[in-house]
Design a protein around this ligand. Structure first.
Ligand SMILES: Cc1cc2nc3c(=O)[nH]c(=O)nc-3n(C[C@H](O)[C@H](O)[C@H](O)COP(=O)(O)O)c2cc1C
Length: 299
């Protein structure tokens, strides 16, 4: 089946799947597998304190895949203490942006705090800026600042939270009504039904974070992957690491891990999500060879 959404079109990818930004792990060796499997692999620029190493990793990415990929810049979650430290920070981030543009990257994801200064530079170079946030009000203000798409992370997801974060279902259905630009769903999605549901709720793409943590190519020792695969997502301590703001563990897997029982390659995982989604659509009576959100009259 051909998958056609505003996000597959914007990013020139086969499936509407975007790799989460991974502090520590989002490097070419891992991200290239996601791009090769038909989604958008993401290199997290800040994994490279030395910009020269970032440049080398982008070159490696281009050796490992001929498919599109993106670069993430995660901003600090707070205001810089004064104007000059803000300027310093912006200068540093823009160095990474220039390197990525020079290496031909045309998709930039940002997350954390205000990233308009990155979006503006990226747009000057005719590239795309996708901002990730957890609150609808931030999504609306990022659209106002020119973002080309928004990723919204629901309460089910791992990573940064706000005390007022709402669920993926609320985020996506409301965002579809309140935003004009395409929305990417994130948070707790780890299987074909979650993927399809997000698209049905109005997302034009789905971002996978936790679902990739136990893949073969994820650069952590096997013993951690096995531990994660055996997690009881209904355990009350697990619950606290995901849902309680004050006891949250930013790097803990989300409930998406509950869908996984063995270590798969990234390609196997993506193929499984897509083929099961296609089977479900067929069971529902969908007979087209092309799945497209583009004809949705509310688009
Ligand atoms: C180990 C790990 C590291 C992460 N690092 C970052 C990061 O540096 N920047 C960021 O924006 N998000 C980061 N995230 C969040 C993901 O990009 C994504 O938003 C989140 O995992 C989506 O929810 P899910 O895990 O339920 O799929 C990280 C997630 C994990 C699991």
């Amino acid at each position: 089946m051909i998958w056609n959404t505003k996000i597959t079109q914007m990013m020139n990818i086969t499936y509407p799947l975007i790799m989460g930004a991974f502090g520590g792990w989002g490097k070419a060796e891992f991200a290239s597998h996601f791009s090769n499997a038909g989604g958008l692999g993401i290199i997290a620029a800040l994994n490279f304190p030395d910009p020269e190493d970032f440049k080398k990793d982008l070159k490696l990415m281009k050796d490992l895949t001929s498919k599109p990929f993106g670069v993430n810049l995660s901003l600090p979650h707070h205001k810089a203490s004064d104007k000059s430290s803000r300027k310093e920070m912006e200068k540093r981030y823009l160095t990474y942006v220039e390197i990525a543009l020079n290496e031909g990257c045309n998709i930039f994801t940002t997350s954390g705090y205000k990233a308009k200064f990155i979006g503006d530079r990226v747009h000057e170079a005719d590239a795309y800026w996708i901002h990730k946030c957890v609150l609808l009000k931030h999504a609306i203000s990022s659209e106002g600042q020119g973002a080309d798409a928004i990723t919204i992370v629901g309460l089910e997801g791992t990573g940064f939270k706000n005390p007022f974060t709402t669920t993926t279902l609320v985020n996506i259905t409301m965002a579809k009504k309140l935003l004009q630009i395409p929305v990417i769903a994130a948070g707790g999605i780890g299987d074909a039904r979650g993927f399809l549901a997000a698209i049905m709720m109005g997302a034009e793409g789905v971002c996978l974070g936790t679902a990739l943590m136990a893949t073969e190519e994820c650069p952590v020792p096997q013993k951690f992957k096995e531990k994660w695969l055996n997690l009881d997502i209904f355990d009350k301590d697990f619950y606290k690491t995901i849902y309680h703001y004050n006891t949250k563990n930013f790097m803990a897997p989300s409930t998406a891990i509950g869908h996984h029982h063995k270590i798969l390659t990234v390609k196997e995982l993506i193929d499984q999500i897509i083929s099961q989604a296609e089977n479900i659509l067929e069971c529902w009576g969908f007979q087209n060879e092309r799945f497209s959100t583009l004809e949705d009259p509310s688009n």
